[in-house]
Design a protein around this ligand. Structure first.
Ligand SMILES: Nc1ccn([C@@H]2O[C@H](COP(=O)(O)OP(=O)(O)OP(=O)(O)O)[C@@H](O)[C@H]2O)c(=O)n1
Ligand SMILES: C[C@](O)(CO)[C@H](O)COP(=O)(O)O
Length: 374
């Protein structure tokens, strides 16, 4: 089963208001669409993610994410996305509203599991409130609610079957299960999730924000490193080569700042330290560029499903003077970490000529890293 996620995001979000389509608005520190895309991109059983957007929003699409232009209705947008998936080696597709950013990995898993034994599968919640008919502010009738469900997405199907069903449908369907049913496709109901709400009106933003913040996991790690001075004509600090009348001794390039930061990342993950991943006894790391270590730690952060929210490095030395190089160091570290430079802080202090740093016997570095998930 080679499954793609098709995320429909071509709507204008008129009911939510706010002056900008809801999918590009901020929610719990990221944009709505970023949460939704990420939930599928991180899922190990999803092979590809495709976005369907309004062409006017092309500048909003995350770098590298393939997109196609949608249509005037949700059904037209889904159809455009399905047509683009044909011939791309995809056997199954999960179709999801971008406006449901709180979708969990467990719900995606449940739909995928049901697809192993059914041609279609979708989450839904049984109605728990009484159902009335009403007109002009008065109750005009009571409707039986037994056997009624509130439909959610992702709705999963075999690609060929749902594409044929959309091609044959006259249009106007509320969702893809309606299209599938019209084509005779059997659809299994998997238990939906109250948190998987669709942001439709302005007030839904705060409900979604509460769900996302409520499940957020925050972890902090610290790192500390020291390298002694030895003969040489430069030091490497936070990725920058600075001319100096001495060098730093070490098995690798002795970038004490990068080492402290790398340890902070491993520490936040409770995955030991740099020596565990790159043993100094191993000759292959002799003279190694410390970017290698930092990149590995940053990759571990992503692989464990975390994002680096911020990092702070303090270099402790009398000389060389660090201040003039701070911005360049932040930029170097940000590139290796894959985050914005304003999430990385580099600062320096002397130790008032006290201790080994004060006597200029070496340089010390401290670092802190904060990781958040999802
Ligand atoms: N022409 C459209 C209309 C809707 N959608 C997508 O279908 C999902 C469900 O639609 P809805 O919540 O109604 O979103 P909007 O159409 O954006 O909202 P509104 O009806 O309030 O304008 C959303 O992810 C929306 O982006 C789409 O891709 N193309
Ligand atoms: C697809 C859907 O989210 C299932 O509940 C729903 O039908 C979308 O409805 P909308 O009127 O387009 O928001």
């Amino acid at each position: 089963m080679h499954t793609a996620a098709l995320i429909v995001a071509a709507g204008r979000g008129l009911r939510a208001g706010g002056g900008q389509p809801k999918q590009w608005r901020a929610l719990a520190g990221r944009r709505v669409a970023d949460w939704t895309v990420d939930a599928f991109a991180r899922h190990p059983r999803i092979g590809a993610v495709r976005l369907v957007i309004h062409p006017a929003d092309a500048g909003e699409v995350p770098a590298g994410l393939p997109w196609v232009a949608g249509g005037a209705t949700r059904a037209e947008s889904v159809r455009a996305g399905l047509e683009a998936l044909e011939g791309a080696g995809v056997s199954h597709v999960l179709i999801h509203d971008v406006a449901r950013p709180c979708v969990t990995s467990a719900l995606i898993e449940a739909v995928l599991d049901a697809l192993e034994t059914h041609d279609g599968a979708a989450p839904a919640l049984p109605l728990t409130d009484a159902l009335w008919r009403g007109a002009e502010g008065r109750v005009t009738g009571i409707e039986p609610r037994a056997g009624l469900f509130r439909a959610q997405t992702p709705q999963g199907f075999r690609l060929a079957a749902i594409l044929a069903a959309h091609r044959a449908h006259p249009g106007g369907a509320a969702d893809d299960v309606e299209v599938a049913r019209a084509a005779g496709i059997d659809v299994a109901i998997v238990p939906g999730d109250e948190a998987n709400l669709k942001i439709t009106r302005a007030e839904d933003f705060s409900r979604a924000e509460n769900y996302l913040r409520g499940r957020m996991d925050v972890r902090t790690g610290n790192g500390f490193d020291v390298h002694a001075f030895g003969p040489g004509d430069h030091v490497i600090l936070c990725g920058l080569r600075l001319p100096h009348d001495r060098g730093l001794r070490g098995h690798s390039d002795a970038d004490v700042g990068m080492h402290a930061l790398t340890d902070a990342l491993y520490g936040a993950l409770a995955e030991g330290d740099i020596g565990r991943h790159f043993p100094p006894s191993d000759p292959q790391w002799k003279g190694a560029d410390s970017r290698l270590f930092l990149r590995h730690a940053a990759e571990r952060v992503r692989a464990r499903g975390y994002r680096l929210s911020g990092a702070d490095v303090t270099l402790i030395c009398e000389r060389p003077k660090i201040g003039p190089h701070v911005s360049a160091m932040q930029a170097e570290l940000a590139v290796e970490l894959g985050i914005e430079p304003d999430r990385v802080s580099v600062k320096a202090t002397t130790s008032e000529r006290l201790g080994f740093t004060g006597r200029e016997e070496g340089i010390a570095a401290l670092a802190t890293a904060t990781l958040i998930s999802p």
